[in-house]
Design a protein around this ligand. Structure first.
Ligand code: MN
Length: 231
């Protein structure tokens, strides 16, 4: 092999808080329906379902600041505020008791969702990719290292749109806590350094429109503020 036939894509990365270094991204995994009240609002029984996962491309991650574009092909862009886990180590078949050892840090992110396309996909038994994995579908705050904040196990998770509280919950309401999410995912794929995991959203998901000002946070981790730009 003598070289790449096109210029190699750059490595997507996230800012690290209070640092000029960045965290390189490999893959983005998301867990569905991890707070009972949100599972109910989406029409599911929260007591019956083991965790399930979907993915977004790593370059769908953008800073949760400034203007985030309203995507094409939807009339129902939903916000989902989530605790985001950044892995600094990998492995397969990780025991829950060892799972937090893989975590490098945490951030706060939005799992932006074309809810109208997701509803069609669910109805027709089709993949969720275009409902979940579109460009700029994963705004994330700068990451905070475990070395500075530890492992958040409880704390308010919240989101406001134009100053109005829309989503509110507590990390201790997760059906599958972070360690269980990592352990479960590691039975499906070999986790790698640079992988991100979105850990699910509390209830109150709703539609955003261009011009909306979105603030969100997780107590003990981070907060962010962004605006929704036009197409
Ligand atoms: Mn989500």
């Amino acid at each position: 092999m003598t070289g790449f036939v096109i210029t190699p894509p750059s490595v997507p990365a996230l800012a690290v808080a209070a640092s000029d270094q960045v965290f390189p991204l490999r893959r983005v995994f998301c867990v569905g329906r991890n707070y009972a009240a949100h599972a109910r609002e989406m029409g599911s029984d929260p007591n019956r379902e083991p965790p399930f996962f979907f993915t977004k491309p790593a370059d769908a991650v953008v800073p949760a600041s400034g203007a985030v574009p309203y995507p094409t092909a939807t009339k129902e862009l939903h916000h989902e505020i989530e605790l985001v886990v950044a892995l600094g180590a990998g492995g397969t078949n990780i025991a829950p008791e060892k799972a937090l050892d893989l975590v490098w840090g945490y951030g706060v992110g939005l799992d932006l969702t074309r809810r109208d396309l997701q509803a069609i996909a669910k109805k027709d038994g089709r993949p969720w990719d275009m409902a979940k994995g579109f460009d700029a579908s994963a705004p994330v705050s700068p990451l905070l290292p475990v070395a500075s904040i530890g492992h958040p196990r409880q704390g308010r998770i919240w989101l406001e749109v134009n100053g109005q509280l829309k989503q509110e919950g507590d990390l201790n309401e997760m059906i599958w806590p972070v360690a269980d999410v990592i352990a479960s995912l590691s039975r499906l794929v070999t986790l790698q350094p640079g992988d991100l995991i979105f850990t699910g959203t509390p209830s109150g998901v709703d539609a955003l429109v261009p011009g909306d000002r979105v603030r969100g946070g997780v107590d003990g981790v981070s907060t962010f503020e962004l605006t929704v730009a036009g197409q």
